[in-house]
Design a protein around this ligand. Structure first.
Ligand SMILES: Nc1nc2c(c(=O)[nH]1)N[C@H]1C(S)=C(S)[C@@H](COP(=O)(O)O)O[C@H]1N2
Ligand SMILES: [Mo]
Length: 433
């Protein structure tokens, strides 16, 4: 039998029939995402040096597309517990549904969605937030200034990525393949965005906000911004929006935007700028990174699956749709009791949830769950019910929420090209033995 020859790693990358991405998968056992390929194509040596924390003396021997092991080993971080890593550059990790069972999502379980490279070792004491653009008095505020000059409030607020549920799109949509767990409801502490805007004085012609953060673009290019979103001034004035400096009674997790972030509940998570450095007010719809084209946008009209839609027919996503999550029991399990509690959360963008119904017969009949009021505006609501399965066998438990406007989660959603806003039922499989 021929002995397997060991090959220098450079040659392995260069000669692999599937290219560097396939070579990497072979080495590291992970799927190489399209995002990762784009990263590799664009990344400069200087940027790689920054990430590994040192110059690379033998960089000339590094094959094109090579990922330094220091980066390949990157993990979500020790204090993010049980999250599923979808991509490590940029870092994207979701929370399995059964790890979201708490009414308030622990910091260790809050998902992470990064579009760029987060700042590291941030200096909270020296952090400054600028408020400018069309304001009467531009402001430059430290976190201490925010704490001292404005009312500090704590609220349970839902942040959900606009692409949560993308993995269930058919035909598939490019982007992070979120299943159900790009959502969380931590208890956020901060000051009301409205109060700070009013302190700066909003000029009459303002229609939109624009947000900037301290993360770096994946390309490593100086001055290139990974994400800068905004919202209509009417939404910005909602008293639920926070400029937050605390998460669950402690500091904000570095991957969730420490030391300062926006929390704009009910709208796509991308509105909630992390590592917040600047808010400016504009007299036009903000046109920053990921505001234009097809980013966080959907076609203005329903389209058949797979349709190519002209860019000018897309519109900006505003409130997120009604949705529910089954957090207990965990899906895919054998259950020895036929009668057991099913529970979870439900939320509905800027409105509340009126009802949650559960089915274990593929939607033929539904039973109404007992549903709590939200702890505060824009918090998710807890529900529970007991199901009694008639006999042993395979079942699916489906959850379906209805919002205060009578809108109900659908079995299947209208397809859209970028895979946003999937609010079809959460379904889990259980086998009663
Ligand atoms: N500065 C900055 N803010 C950001 C992002 C980012 O990449 N950079 N991602 C946004 C997106 S798309 C989402 S869904 C939320 C996710 O917040 P989390 O990572 O704390 O869960 O942060 C938003 N804020
Ligand atoms: Mo997002």
């Amino acid at each position: 039998m021929a002995k397997k020859q060991s090959v220098p790693i450079t040659q392995f990358y260069r000669d692999h029939p599937g290219g560097p991405a396939a070579a990497e998968k072979k080495l590291f056992g992970r799927i190489a995402h399209s995002d990762r390929r784009a990263f590799l194509k664009n990344i400069g040596l200087a940027a790689i040096g920054t990430f590994v924390g040192a110059a690379i003396p033998f960089h000339r021997n590094m094959p094109a597309g090579f990922i330094p092991a220091a980066l390949a080993d990157a993990h979500v971080s020790e204090d993010k517990d049980g999250l599923t890593l979808l991509n490590d550059r940029p870092l994207n990790a979701e929370t399995p549904a059964h790890f979201l069972d708490d009414a308030v999502t622990p910091t260790s379980r809050h998902f992470v969605r990064n579009n760029g490279i987060p700042p590291i070792d941030v200096d909270a004491a020296g952090w400054m937030l600028t408020l400018d653009g069309l304001v009467d008095t531009p402001l430059s505020l430290s976190i201490e200034n925010l704490r001292k000059n404005f009312e500090v409030v704590s609220q349970n607020l839902v942040i959900e990525c606009g692409g949560n549920g993308r993995a269930m799109f058919n035909p598939p949509a490019r982007g992070n393949q979120w299943t159900y767990g790009a959502v969380g409801c931590s208890n956020w502490t901060g000051v009301r965005l409205r109060d700070v805007l009013q302190a700066a004085g909003i000029k009459d012609n303002v229609i939109y906000t624009a947000h900037e953060g301290a993360d770096a673009h994946l390309s490593g290019k100086e001055g290139k911004i990974p994400l800068s979103r905004g919202m209509p001034i009417t939404k910005a004035m909602d008293d639920s929006n926070l400029i937050a400096f605390g998460q669950n009674g402690g500091d904000i997790h570095p991957m969730n935007g420490a030391p300062l972030r926006l929390v704009v509940p009910g709208w796509p998570g991308s509105c909630s700028q992390k590592w917040l450095t600047r808010i400016w007010l504009r007299d036009q719809v903000h046109d920053g990174a990921k505001m234009t084209g097809t980013s966080y946008r959907v076609p203005k009209y329903p389209v058949a699956p797979g349709t190519k839609v002209p860019t000018e027919d897309f519109e900006i996503i505003e409130a997120m749709p009604v949705k529910s999550l089954i957090t207990f029991p965990a899906g895919g399990q054998e259950i020895s009791e036929r009668s057991f509690e099913v529970r979870g959360h439900a939320w509905a963008g800027d409105t509340t949830v009126d009802a949650v119904d559960i089915s274990y017969d593929f939607g033929a009949t539904w039973q109404r769950a007992n549903l709590d009021a939200p702890a505060n505006k824009e918090a998710w609501q807890q529900w529970r019910t007991t199901v009694a399965l008639p006999e042993a066998g395979y079942y699916e438990i489906w959850a379906r929420a209805t919002d205060a406007n009578g809108r109900m989660q659908p079995f299947a959603i209208d397809w859209n090209p970028k895979g946003y806003l999937n609010n079809s039922f959460h379904r889990i499989a259980v086998t009663a033995i």
